[in-house]
Design a binder for this molecule. Structure first.
Ligand SMILES: Cc1ncc(COP(=O)(O)O)c(C=O)c1O
Length: 385
């Protein structure tokens, strides 16, 4: 077999860290539901001592996700938020982070309502203009935290340009790659230092478990995060880890369908008389369409559109039948949500207004059902407005 680095993406997804079990030949990674491990003598063990520190199922998942993102190591946590919490826990009181201003709502909630109580400072800028990142850097800045595409406004940030600024200023660049998955976007190859995912979304892909992962480019970060797994304990359970290992085997196949249907749904919405605007990087009128084409190998399944008002949004969301109204994204089922009252409610009216999240915005995560059924469902729901 070729070295892991030379293998194609789908092959790595199925085989990296997912080698047959050496004991039995089982083609699937066993779930190790154990808290502790019998030791052979003082300081003598088989590499595992206690499951908060490490667990063989989690180890295999971490190997797999590191291989998919092209990192040297990965660290798995109980949720995407636990992973993000671990990243900022590597900092010290008085440190400053420059962040995108249109992140998943839970991220600024953690930064502003929890981490700021411990002396960390955060600034928020529109990272789709790399110059804004440079202007926001202070003497105490240690990290730049970016999501691209942004959530829910689908803005694209130039990762190579931001990475160049970060490296000149000796700052870590962290990229939340949840929306694209490593199948369509490889931030480490573009210069990022850390990649974070809510594995709850496309990596798991089946809406049946929460999880988070940080993939590292540098051993020093991997060591710090392993220490945080042990010290703070917000680790992923073996069963949830196994669900992700199972889900990730079909990531390449699922992403192809998500992307193909995403393009068709975006095109349909952009022509629909009840839709006022569509935000999707694959549309030619998206302000960063050219950058998206260069930086990503697909446009994905996430689309945001404007219905005009809260009343209109509610009318259509009550009518959907194939699409399911709910938070989250990245599952096989089409999920549709209302950012102002769901994912981004914590920003408050002022916070949402500042970045342009209106009450009429609806976000859709296009699933892998028959696309004609999704289109028909959206059409009848929109016509209720
Ligand atoms: C882009 C993004 N990052 C992080 C998170 C947080 O992940 P989790 O819900 O697994 O804690 C989410 C959740 O929706 C998300 O959409």
């Amino acid at each position: 077999m070729k070295k892991a680095k030379e293998l194609g993406f789908a092959t790595r997804a199925i085989h990296s860290g997912q080698e047959p079990d050496p004991l039995t030949g089982s083609v699937t990674v066993p779930i190790y539901p154990t808290s502790t491990y019998v030791q052979q003598g003082i300081g003598e063990n088989k590499g595992y001592e206690y499951s908060r520190v490490s667990n063989p199922t989690r180890t295999r998942l971490e190997q797999n996700l590191a291989a998919l993102e092209g990192g040297i190591a990965a660290r798995a946590f109980a949720s995407g938020m636990a992973a993000i919490n671990a990243i900022v826990s590597m900092l010290k009181a008085g440190d400053h982070v420059v962040c995108g201003n249109d992140l998943y709502g839970g991220t600024p909630r953690l930064f502003n309502q929890v981490m700021s109580n411990f002396g960390l400072e955060f600034s928020y800028v529109d990272t789709s203009e790399a110059g804004n990142v440079e202007s926001a850097i202070q003497k105490n800045t240690r990290m730049v935290y970016v999501e691209t595409p942004t959530n829910p406004l689908m803005g694209i940030s130039d990762l190579a340009a931001i990475a160049a600024i970060c490296h000149r200023k000796k700052l870590s660049l962290v990229v939340d790659n949840t929306f694209m998955s490593p199948y369509f976007q490889q931030p480490l190859a573009l210069g990022a230092d850390l990649v974070v995912h809510s594995t709850t979304k496309f990596l798991n892909g089946h809406s049946d478990g929460l999880g988070g992962v940080v993939v590292c480019k540098h051993q020093e970060d991997a060591d710090k995060l392993a220490f945080l797994q042990k010290a703070a304990g917000a680790i992923l359970s073996p069963f949830e880890g196994w669900l992700i290992l199972r889900g990730v085997k079909t990531l390449a196949a699922r992403m192809e369908i998500h992307d193909r249907s995403g393009r068709l749904v975006a095109d349909f919405l952009s022509k629909h008389k009840k839709v006022k605007a569509v935000l999707y990087p694959g549309l030619k009128d998206h302000p960063q369409h050219a950058l998206a084409k260069r930086q990503m190998s697909g446009f994905g399944a996430m689309i945001t559109f404007e219905t005009g008002s809260l009343k209109n949004a509610n009318k259509m969301l009550k009518k959907v039948r194939v699409c399911s109204l709910g938070e989250s994204l990245g599952g096989v089922e089409t999920l549709i949500s209302h950012p102002a009252t769901m994912t981004h409610s914590a920003l408050g009216v002022k916070g949402r207004k500042a970045i342009g999240i209106t009450d009429g915005l609806v976000r859709i995560s296009v699933g892998i059902e028959d696309v004609d059924d999704i289109l028909e469902d959206l059409d009848q729901a929109l016509n209720a407005i």
